[in-house]
Design a protein around this ligand. Structure first.
Ligand SMILES: Cc1ncc(COP(=O)(O)O)c(C=O)c1O
Length: 414
């Protein structure tokens, strides 16, 4: 099939930035179609981290010597970069965490334990990743709050007409929703849900782990109260993520982790806590990783998120059209227009793990499993799906290889 994508991204030039593309798997170039799980890293980020370790590294905030000041500047510079990336009103509202998962746990524990109780309700959605499901389920159960979800329709989109029933059930205190579903790619109407959450007197927590790598995020325009993201999903290192939170909420919250750095003064009778954001950053942070996170944001921002999103959309349209040619493949989730660069599917009669295994023999990396969305899998009536996901370095030829690979899967096991 003729490749018909007309992306405005110069993918050939961009691909030269990614050393992993030189890897051969079984003698063939790797077709990496698992970016929703984690993205590959460009030389610019790897070089920045190496240079930081070689020339700027020391522990942060504590030293008066020049190297420590340089390291602190690198770390705090990364915080400013994240704040600008999210259009946050202040960099003090940006807390470095280990991951999006830890960011959500921070809110669930530090805000939830203090503010939830019997009679209150936490609302999530049927699409949520376990990272935005399990912490809320756990804290709701610890505090005696109810735990409810917004259901999806058969196309994998939120059923917003369920909101009225939920509102009637009781005092909603938290609405926690992913901006983009990692399993189906569904783009959720977060502005609308934020307005609804606020009408109920609830806080709005947005899991932007799958959205931040691909689309411009403006926390002020979204109007939410907390937003979580991870570096490794946007070309940065793993082990670092961020939480943005509204200053007055963060200031009113008790700390999450306790220890060094997050204190103002410590005595045998009493400890007082540091100002924002340090109150929530106990211990030595992931310093070089923060610098790498900032560098990755610079890298994708320079390419331009609208161009990245457009490129992925074109690939998604192409991939769905090609997969729809296969009568024995069933695609889950909404139309391409209403989803991000994620396509989950089922190959009739063949377990997703077997599909992924055979594709691997062809040098094609896809993910098979429940994608940390077991409640969603139950709703879809499957134990697992096979998922292909795209990023700025993905190309239509890789989609073609996926389709060829699926023909081989069908021939071997169908
Ligand atoms: C929608 C969504 N939320 C949260 C997470 C958790 O991210 P992390 O593993 O970086 O904490 C993921 C990771 O796959 C995700 O896709």
């Amino acid at each position: 099939m003729v490749v018909s994508t007309s992306s405005s991204l110069d993918t050939a030039a961009l691909r030269a930035d990614f050393p992993f593309l030189d890897e051969l798997v079984g003698g063939r170039p790797l077709a990496y179609l698992d970016s929703a799980s984690s993205t590959q890293k460009p030389r610019q980020v790897l070089d920045r981290m190496r240079a930081f370790y070689e020339h700027e590294y020391a522990n942060v905030h504590r030293g008066v010597y020049r190297l420590a000041e340089r390291a602190t500047e690198g770390y705090e510079g990364a915080r400013r970069t994240v704040a600008t990336f999210l259009s946050a009103p202040s960099e003090r509202e940006v807390i470095f965490t280990r991951s999006a998962t830890e960011s959500i746990n921070l809110v669930a524990y530090a805000w939830g334990l203090q503010n939830l109780g019997p009679g209150d309700t936490v609302v999530i959605t049927e699409l949520e990743h376990h990272a935005n499901f399990v912490p809320w389920q756990f804290i709701a159960s610890r505090t005696g709050a109810s735990f409810r979800h917004i259901p999806i329709d058969d196309a994998g989109e939120l059923q917003l007409d369920a909101l009225d029933d939920l509102a009637r059930e009781g005092s909603i205190k938290v609405v926690a929703v992913g901006l983009v579903s990692n399993s189906l790619g569904t783009i959720n109407p977060v502005e609308r849900l934020t307005a609804w959450a606020h009408e109920q007197g609830a806080i709005m927590v947005v899991d932007a782990a799958q959205a931040a790598p691909h689309r411009t995020i403006d926390v002020q325009a979204l109007g939410c109260d907390f937003l979580a993201l991870s570096s490794h999903k946007l070309c940065g290192p793993s082990g670092i993520g961020a939480l943005w939170g509204r200053r007055e909420l963060l200031e009113a919250m008790a700390p999450f982790n306790l220890g060094g750095e997050m204190i103002r003064s410590v005595g045998f009778d009493r400890t007082t806590f540091n100002e924002l954001p340090y109150k929530f950053e106990a211990g030595t942070p992931a310093i070089a990783e923060a610098v790498g996170f900032g560098s990755a944001i610079d890298y994708i921002s320079e390419i331009g998120l609208p161009a990245i999103e457009r490129h992925e959309h074109e690939l998604t349209v192409y991939a769905m059209a090609r997969l729809e040619e296969l009568a024995w493949v069933r695609i889950f989730g909404p139309a391409a227009e209403r989803r991000a660069g994620i396509v989950s599917f089922d190959v009739e009669g063949i377990h997703p793990h077997d599909v992924a295994q055979i594709l691997d023999w062809e040098g094609i990396a896809v993910r098979a499993g429940h994608h940390c969305t077991q409640p969603l899998m139950a709703r879809l009536g499957v134990a697992a799906t096979t998922r292909a996901s795209f990023y700025l370095y993905s190309i239509a030829e890789e989609v073609d290889r996926l389709v060829e690979g699926l023909h081989k899967v069908k021939k071997s096991l169908g």
